[in-house]
Design a protein around this ligand. Structure first.
Ligand code: ACO
Length: 428
C-alpha cells in the first residue's frame, strides 16, 4: 500500500475535534481511506452493511474494473488467459503469481495429479446422504469432512503446510464433485486417472462407468476448462470474503473452503447459474419474454432476471462474453446450433439490453447467464452447476486464504454493529 500525499479530514457538526485519516493508493482502482484508528480516536464506528464502500483487505491477486468490464488475474487479462492458457496454468497464476514456464507447469500438473484421490473412507460418508440430496449440501459437508484427515499439515502459519493444503484441495474437488454426481445417479464411483488433464479427468470421472469408457472430446474438455478459468477467482466476493473470515480465526483450510461453498450456494451468488437455466426453462418460448420482463420490472413480484446484474460490473461482464462464445463452439460441435434455450437466452439478453429499466441500472449479463447452457450441453445436470462453480473457485478461495494468512498485519475478522435492540431492561 502506497501512502497518498492527500489526507481525508473527518469533521463533526457538534464541535467534536475533527481528525485526519491517511489515504492509500493501490496499483489500480479507487484509493482507500484508512479508518483503522477511527474508533480509538472518535469512539465511533463506520456503518456499511453489504460492504458497499469498504475494502476489507489488500490483495494482489485479482482486479476487476467494473466500469470497463475488465477482469485481471495477477495482471493477466481474462480474455488472454481464456484463449491462451488452461486451467492448470490459471491455478498456477493465482497461487504462485506468474504464468508458469513449461517445466514449472509440468511439475505443478504432476503434483496436482498425485493428490486426486480422496481418502477411501469418504465413499462411506456419501452413503449417509439421500440420492436426491442437493449436490451443494453434500459438497459442503464432504469438503468440511476432509478436514478430519490431513494431520501432516496442520500449521496454517507455515507456508509449506499451506501449499500442501492448497494442492490437496484443488486436486480433490473434481473427485468429490464427480462422486456426488455418481451418488445421485446410483452409479459406482470412478477413480481418477492421473494421465489425463484436470478437466478431462473430471469429465471421465463424471461420465465413464465400469461398463463403458468415456469418449473424451477435446472441444468439450476445452469448454469445461474455460468455465473453470472464468470462475477461478473474482476478488472479494461473498464466498471469498467468507473463506477469509473463516480463515482469519486460524481454522482448518478444508473447513474454510466448506464455508465458502456454503456461501456460494445462494441464488444471489453461485446458485444463479442453476436459477438462470431454470428461469429460461420456465419462460419456455421467445414470445413469453416480454411478459417475463414485465414481471421482473414489477418490484412486488419478487422476480429477478437471473444471470443479470452485478455488484461490481456496471458494464458487460467479460466472462459472459467469453461464455457466450463458448456456447457457440460447444453447441456447434454437438450439432445443436438451434438449441431453443440458447436462442431464447440471446433474445432475452437483446430485449433486456434495450429496456430502459436495465439500461438505467446498468444491468448486464453476468457469467451465470450463459454458463448453464454450456454445462447442460456437456451433460452436467442443472443441480450440479454450482458444484462446478465451486470446483473452479476453490483455487481462488485458497489463494486468497493463503494471501490473508501471510499478511503480517492479519487479524481475526470481527465487524462491529449499530445496535438497535432493547437497552438494559429488567426481567420483571
Ligand atoms: N433483475 C432485476 N432487477 C435487478 C437485477 C436483476 N437481476 N439485479 C439488480 N436489479 C435492480 C435492483 O432491484 C435495484 O433496483 P432499484 O435501484 O430500483 O432498487 C438495482 O437493480 C440495483 O441492484 P442491487 O440489488 O442494489 O445490486 P446489488 O449489487 O446489491 O446486487 C446482484 C447484485 C445480487 C448480483 C443482483 O444484481 C442480482 O440479484 N442478480 C441476479 C442474481 C445473479 O445473477 N447473481 C449472480 C451474480 S454473479 C456471481 O455470483 C457469479
Amino acid at each position: 500500500m502506497t501512502p497518498s500525499n492527500v489526507k481525508a479530514t473527518l469533521s463533526f457538526s457538534d464541535n467534536s475535534p475533527s481528525i485526519e485519516l491517511p489515504i492509500y493508493k493501490g496499483t489500480m482502482g479507487p484509493d482507500v481511506i484508512d479508518i483503522r484508528k477511527l474508533y480509538g480516536q472518535t469512539g465511533k464506528f463506520t456503518y456499511d452493511p453489504g460492504f458497499m464502500s469498504t475494502a476489507s483487505c489488500n490483495s494482489a491477486i485479482t482486479y476487476i474494473d467494473g466500469d470497463k468490464g475488465e477482469l485481471l488475474y495477477r495482471g493477466y487479462s481474462i480474455y488472454e488467459l481464456a484463449q491462451n492458457a488452461d486451467f492448470i496454468e490459471t491455478c498456477y497464476v493465482l497461487l504462485r503469481g506468474d504464468l508458469p514456464k513449461k517445466q514449472q507447469k509440468q511439475e505443478f500438473a504432476n503434483i496436482i495429479a498425485k493428490h486426486t484421490m480422496v481418502p477411501e473412507q469418504m465413499q462411506f460418508f456419501f452413503q449417509g446422504f439421500r440420492h436426491d440430496a442437493h449436490p451443494m449440501a453434500i459438497l459442503t459437508a464432504a469438503v468440511g469432512a476432509l478436514s478430519a484427515f490431513y494431520h501432516d499439515s496442520p500449521n496454517t502459519n507455515d507456508p509449506y503446510h499451506r501449499d500442501v493444503s492448497a494442492i490437496r484441495i484443488i486436486a480433490k474437488l473434481p473427485t468429490l464433485v464427480s462422486m456426488i454426481y455418481k451418488h445421485s445417479v446410483s452409479q459406482p464411483f470412478v477413480y481418477p486417472r492421473n494421465d489425463l488433464s484436470y478437466s478431462a479427468n473430471f469429465m471421465r470421472m463424471m461420465f465413464a462407468n465400469p461398463c463403458e469408457e468415456y469418449w473424451i472430446r477435446d472441444v468439450l474438455v476445452r469448454a469445461l476448462d474455460r468455465i473453470l478459468i472464468l470462475h477461478a477467482d473474482h476478488e472479494q466476493n461473498a464466498s471469498t470474503s467468507t473463506v477469509r473470515l473463516a480463515g482469519s480465526s486460524g481454522a482448518n483450510p478444508f473447513a474454510c473452503i466448506a464455508a465458502g461453498i456454503a456461501c456460494l450456494w445462494g441464488p444471489a451468488h453461485g446458485g444463479a447459474n442453476e436459477a438462470s437455466l431454470n428461469m429460461l426453462e420456465e419462460i419456455g418460448s421467445p414470445n413469453k419474454i416480454r411478459e417475463f420482463i414485465k414481471q421482473v420490472k414489477n418490484k412486488n413480484s419478487g422476480v429477478k432476471l437471473m444471470g443479470f446484474g452485478h455488484r461490481v460490473y456496471k458494464n458487460y461482464d467479460p466472462r459472459a462474453k467469453l461464455m457466450r462464445e463458448t456456447c457457440h463452439e460447444v453447441l456447434g460441435e454437438l450439432g445443436l446450433c438451434d438449441d431453443p434455450l440458447f436462442k431464447l437466452a440471446i433474445e432475452l439478453e437483446k430485449i433486456a439490453l434495450e429496456d430502459e429499466y436495465f439500461v438505467s441500472r446498468k444491468l448486464y449479463p453476468n457469467v451465470d447467464f450463459y454458463s448453464g447452457i454450456v454445462q447442460r450441453a456437456l451433460g452436467i445436470p442443472t443441480s450440479m452447476f454450482t458444484c462446478i462453480f465451486a470446483m473452479a473457485r476453490t483455487v481462488g478461495w485458497i489463494a486468497q486464504w493463503s494471501e490473508m494468512i501471510s499478511e503480517p498485519e492479519q487479524k481475526i475478522g470481527r465487524p462491529r454493529q449499530l445496535f438497535i435492540g432493547h437497552a438494559l431492561r429488567a426481567t420483571k
